[in-house]
Ligand binder design. Sequence first.
Ligand code: SOE
Length: 377
Amino acid sequence: MIGGGFMGRTHSNAYNQVSHFFPELAYRPVLQAVCTRSADKVRAFADQWGYQATETDWRALLRRDDIDAVDICTPNDTHAEIAIAAAEAGKMILCEKPLSRTLAEGHRMVEAVERAGVPNTVWYNYRRLPAVTLAKQLVDAGKLGRIYHYRANFLQDWTINADLPQGGTGLWRMDVDAAGSGVTGDLLAHCIDTAMWLNGAIRDVSAVTETFVKERMHQLTGKVQPVGIDDACIFHCHFENGSLGLFESTRYARGHKALYTFEINGEHASIRWDLHDLNRLEYFDHRDESVVRGWRSIHVTDGDQPYMNKWWVPGLGIGYEHSFIHQVADFLKGLETGQSAAPTFRDALQTQKVCQAVLDSAAARSWKDTGVEGKVG
Ligand code: SOE
């Protein structure tokens, strides 16, 4: 594990839990070592989550021959350098999203893992919530028929305060040099990943971004500096299958902490999902008998629904953290057949292409092609 922040905790929890709930897997994670820059912090993190050894230099971690897989949970500006070095060292890689700050970095990362032939995955975790995976099964089974609309939001409110600094621990997402972009790479990337997984390639985009607070003090330098990230982004798009997409993300929607929602409207049926009620999938099917036709609220907790036979008994829900446990389980399962768990670095590069097109479109005030084609894994 490289990094000891919020994501380091979600992934460490997943490694600790996975073998209890997926005992059939041939491989089990062993928490061999964790690396963060601070010696005090790394010891405390290791004790809390059960890592056997500590490092304060990620290069030293990569030199260890008792490490087979590396999890990159550091800020975005270090993903490329660490991932490329890890691939060259022959390690399997699980990288936190977004894959990279820029498309160019993403290309180099994909080349590195493919050249080295190491298993790789990117933590777009929401795909693996049972209700979202059920949505995928319904779409793939053709229940919706031809798809006309895909709509997604990811709304937060934690950066409204103009006195909030940018940069440094806990606030690197506000610093364009560390993050690459604002809500586009941090939040819309999730929406884009789910959207292309469910509804296929996004062909072109037209976007608007806004930075509401133009200057903020940088935590590391103490200087007031221009803000380079997008605080909000709205885009619409064409999917390759002919449907229209509408996406919105902001960190300025007072009252919303992490409201990720999507809705898909097809010829026969519609589905919608809301992270705040993550065990439910709403489904409307026009083919139902008219007198009982209406939105069904499916509580996705039954054993024949995705992943749920691994958990409790029907009716008892699971949470956010389980999406990460499912991703580790799928990654380990993939090792049994030599198949990397999706989204691979190459799949995540497709999301990166859309993010880049979104930012370019907003800057140029014009439509941009994404260059994404075909099925996105
Ligand atoms: C930002 O607040 C954030 O933590 C993202 O970085 C995560 O990817 C998202 O899942 C929740 O919100």
